[in-house]
Design a protein around this ligand. Structure first.
Ligand code: PEP
Length: 670
C-alpha cells in the first residue's frame, strides 16, 4: 500500500502538467468544464500528488496512523466504483493513475483497485498494529518533510520539465524508428462489416454472408478492429504546412541538419514571457542555416495574433494538440532535432541564450546529445527523500528517545533501586462528588501537596463532568484521568463519552476494565480491547484493571483469571503500545469492602502478572510496566503493600475522596 501510494504520488509530482491534462480530460468527460481551467487543474494535480505521496510515506513510517489509513480507505472507496464506471463506459481512454510511467487499461485499473481496496480495509482495521518508526513528538517533522519533498518536486518539474521523461519523445529517441513497425511484428486484425438496407430496415453482414440478391441495397462498410497488433511507441506524429496544407512530416524527420521546433500546443494561452530567448534562438538558427518552425494546433486566427504579439518571423506547422502536449510539457517549449532524433528540450524559461552565439551547434554542448540517465535521476530522488529522513531518524533515536529513557531513569523508586518503572498513586473517585465538591477536593489536594515532593506520580481519575473544570486548576504535580471511555470513536451513541472527548479536556489517563464496569455494565474483553486502542490512539494512558472475584480466589483461580483478562484485552497490542499501559491488580473481593489483600497475596499476583507480560513482550517491557494494587488501600496499609518488589503503587477508591487520606498514601513512598 505504501509503495503504491509513494510511486503514484511521485510519478504525478514528476509530471504535474501531464496530471493536469488528465484531470481536464476527466472534467470534460463528466461535463464539469467549469472546473477545468488550466490553473485549477494544475493545483488539483499537485495537491493530489502531494496527498498520495504523504499517505504512502506515512504508511511506510507508521506515522499518523489514523489519518493516513482513513484517507487511504476513503480514497479507495471513492476510486474503485469510479474506475468500474470508466471500465464499463470508457469516458477516458486510460485512468492516468500512474501518469505516463505505467499506463494501464481501464479494466486493469479496476482490478488493481479491488486489490488496493482490500488492502486499504485491512490497514484501516489493523491501524493500531502498524509499528511507528518514529516517536510521537517528531512525527510532525516527518510529515512536514514528506509534504515539502513532494511539493518541491512538483513545483520544480512544473517550472522546468519533468525530471524523468516517461513519454515516447524523450531525449535520444529517433522519431522515425519509434514510428516504424518492425518486420514480423504482429499485425492488427480487422473484420469488415457490410451494412445493407431492405424495406427501410438496415442490417449488418460480413464478407462471408452478405446478400447477393437485388432486394438489398448497400449502405456502408466499416472496418472493426478485433485484435490489436504491434503498436509503435509513436503512431500519431504528423506535421502539416500551415499555408499549403502539405504533409511536412517525412521532410522534417529526414532533415540531416539540426531543426528547431518551437512547440506551442495552444498559441492563445502560450506564455510570451521569454520572447527574447525565442526570437534570439530563431535569429541564431537563421544565421546558421538551421530550419526553425513553430508547431501548433491553433487555428489561423491565433497564429496571426501570435505573429502580431511577438513579431514572429518563423514559419508555422500544424499538428494534433495531444501530440504536442506529449512532445513537451511546456507551452511554448523548444525541441532540437537532428536527423529525426530528439537532441534536447527546454521549457520556455530555460531556453539557452543564443543572442551572442557564433559557434555552430555541433560545437556547442546543447547540440550534443546527453541522454538522460534515468537510473541516476531516480537514485538522486530516492537519496533526497531518504537521506534527510535517516538524519531525522537518527536525531529521534539519539535525542528524543534518549531523553525519554533518561526521564524514566530519573523516576527510579528510591526504595527499590533496580526498578526503572514509575511509582504511581492514582485516585478513583467513582460516582462521587458533585462538580462543586469535586473542585473543592482538588483545591484541598493542591493545598496538602503544595510543599510536598511526592516520590511517585500522582493521578486523580474523576467523573467525566469534572474533567474540564479540574484540569486547569489542578496542581501540575497531579495528572488527571477519566474513569472510563466509550468503545466507539464517535457518533450516535447517546450518553457515551469518547476517548477523544476525554483527551480534549486535557486529561491524560483513563481507567479501563474496572471490575464495577465489568460486573454492572457487562464490559467484555472484546470491548475493552477496542477501548484501549482508542485511548492509546488519542494519547491517553490506560490504567487497565484486572482482578478475580471471591469465589475465584477461593478456588485458587486468581492467576488463571487475571492471565486471561490480560491476554484477551491487551496481548494483541504492539510492544510500543503495550509499554504505554499501567496495569492495576484489584481483587474484586477487596474493593470497597475494607478487606485488603495481604502484602504476600498481592505480591504473588503482581509477580505473576509481570511474568505473564515478560513471556509475551520480554523482560524489559515487563520490568518497565507499573503494576498498581487496588482494594481497600489506606494510609495504614499502603507502606507494607508498596514495599513489595512488584507493587508499584496503588489505585485508590474510598481513600482518594479525602485529601489527607490520599496524601497519606502518597507519603508511603517517602
Ligand atoms: C477502586 O475502586 O479502584 C478501589 C480500589 O476502591 P477502594 O480503594 O475503595 O477499595
Amino acid at each position: 500500500m505504501a509503495a503504491t501510494f509513494i510511486f503514484s504520488g511521485f510519478v504525478k509530482a514528476v509530471d504535474p502538467k501531464g496530471g493536469a491534462y488528465k484531470i481536464q480530460e476527466y472534467f470534460t468527460a463528466f461535463h464539469l468544464t467549469f472546473l477545468s481551467s488550466y490553473y485549477s487543474s494544475i493545483a488539483f494535480a499537485i495537491a493530489l500528488s502531494t496527498l498520495e505521496f504523504w499517505i504512502g510515506a506515512s504508511l511506510l513510517l507508521g506515522i499518523r496512523r489514523r489519518t493516513s489509513t482513513t484517507l487511504v480507505l476513503l480514497m479507495m472507496a471513492l476510486l474503485t466504483p469510479l474506475t468500474l464506471f470508466l471500465a464499463v463506459f470508457n469516458p477516458v481512454s486510460d485512468c492516468g493513475c500512474f501518469g505516463d510511467a505505467l499506463v494501464l487499461t481501464n479494466w486493469q485499473t479496476f482490478w488493481k483497485n479491488i486489490v488496493l481496496l482490500i488492502a486499504a480495509i485491512s490497514v484501516f482495521l489493523g491501524r493500531y498494529l502498524i509499528v511507528p518508526f518514529i516517536s510521537n513528538s517528531l512525527q510532525w517533522l516527518f510529515s512536514l518533510y514528506s509534504i515539502f519533498y513532494s511539493l518541491v518536486l512538483a513545483v520544480y518539474c512544473y517550472t522546468n520539465l519533468p525530471i524523468i521523461d516517461f513519454r515516447p519523445y524523450h531525449k535520444g529517441v529517433n522519431i522515425v524508428q519509434a514510428m516504424s513497425i518492425p518486420k514480423g511484428a504482429k499485425q492488427p486484425v480487422y473484420r469488415t462489416d457490410l451494412i445493407y438496407k431492405k424495406n427501410g430496415v438496415k442490417k449488418t453482414f460480413t464478407i462471408d454472408n452478405y446478400p447477393k440478391d437485388d432486394s438489398w441495397t448497400f449502405v456502408d462498410s466499416k472496418n472493426v478492429l478485433i485484435e490489436k497488433g504491434y503498436e509503435p511507441p509513436i503512431n500519431d506524429f504528423s506535421l502539416q504546412d500551415e499555408t499549403t496544407g502539405a504533409d511536412s512530416t517525412q521532410q522534417l524527420l529526414h532533415e540531416r541538419n539540426y531543426v528547431f521546433l518551437l512547440i506551442a500546443n495552444r498559441l492563445d494561452v502560450a506564455s510570451d514571457e521569454d520572447l527574447d530567448l525565442i526570437n534570439d534562438a530563431y535569429d541564431y538558427a537563421k544565421a546558421n542555416g538551421y530550419p526553425f518552425f513553430c508547431v501548433t494546433s491553433s487555428p489561423e486566427k491565433y497564429i496571426a495574433q501570435w505573429r502580431d504579439r511577438t513579431g514572429a518571423e518563423y514559419p508555422f506547422l500544424l499538428a494534433d494538440e495531444v501530440v504536442l502536449k506529449t512532445i513537451i510539457r511546456s507551452n511554448p517549449g523548444l525541441v532540437l532535432l537532428h536527423n529525426g532524433t530528439v537532441i534536447n528540450k527546454w521549457n520556455h524559461a530555460n531556453i539557452p541564450d543564443l543572442s551572442e552565439q557564433k559557434k555552430s551547434l555541433d560545437k556547442l554542448p546543447i547540440g550534443v546529445m546527453h541522454e538522460d540517465n534515468q537510473l541516476k535521476t531516480i537514485a538522486q530522488c530516492v537519496g533526497w527523500f531518504f537521506i534527510p529522513l535517516i538524519v531525522l531518524l537518527w536525531l529521534d533515536i539519539l535525542v528524543v528517545k534518549r531523553k525519554f529513557r533518561k526521564r524514566k531513569k530519573f523516576n527510579i523508586n528510591p526504595l527499590i533501586y533496580n526498578k526503572m518503572r514509575k511509582n504511581i498513586v492514582a485516585g478513583n473517585w467513582k460516582m462521587n462528588k458533585t462538580l462543586q465538591e469535586g473542585i473543592d477536593l482538588v483545591k484541598d489536594l493542591n493545598a496538602v501537596l503544595a510543599d510536598a515532593k511526592p516520590n511517585c506520580d500522582v493521578v486523580i481519575c474523576t467523573p467525566f463532568i469534572h474533567l474540564a473544570s479540574v484540569t486547569p486548576i489542578v496542581d501540575k504535580k497531579i495528572g488527571v484521568g477519566a474513569e472510563n471511555c466509550a468503545d466507539k470513536e464517535k457518533g450516535a451513541f447517546t450518553g457515551e463519552v469518547s476517548a477523544a472527548m476525554v483527551a480534549s479536556t486535557g486529561a491524560k489517563y483513563v481507567i479501563l476494565g474496572h471490575s464495577e464496569r465489568r460486573a454492572y455494565y457487562h464490559e467484555t474483553s472484546e470491548m475493552l480491547k477496542t477501548k484501549v486502542e482508542l485511548a492509546l490512539a488519542n494519547g491517553l494512558t490506560p490504567i487497565f484493571c484486572v482482578g478475580e472475584k471471591l469465589d475465584e480466589r477461593e478456588a485458587g483461580k486468581q492467576d488463571e483469571v487475571v492471565g486471561s483478562q490480560l491476554k484477551d484485552a491487551l496481548f494483541d497490542l504492539s510492544v510500543e503500545d503495550f509499554s504505554k499501559l499501567i496495569i492495576a491488580y484489584e481483587p474484586v473481593w477487596a474493593i470497597g469492602t475494607g478487606k485488603t489483600a495481604t502484602g504476600e497475596q498481592a505480591e504473588d499476583v503482581h509477580a505473576f502478572i509481570r511474568k505473564t507480560i515478560a513471556d509475551k513482550y520480554g523482560k524489559e517491557v515487563a520490568n518497565n510496566t507499573s503494576i498498581l494494587y487496588g482494594g481497600s488501600c489506606k494510609p495504614s496499609n499502603a507502606k507494607e503493600l508498596f514495599a513489595k518488589p512488584d507493587i508499584d503503587g496503588g489505585l485508590i477508591g474510598g481513600a482518594a475522596l479525602k485529601a489527607e487520606d490520599f496524601k497519606g498514601i502518597i507519603d508511603a513512598f517517602n
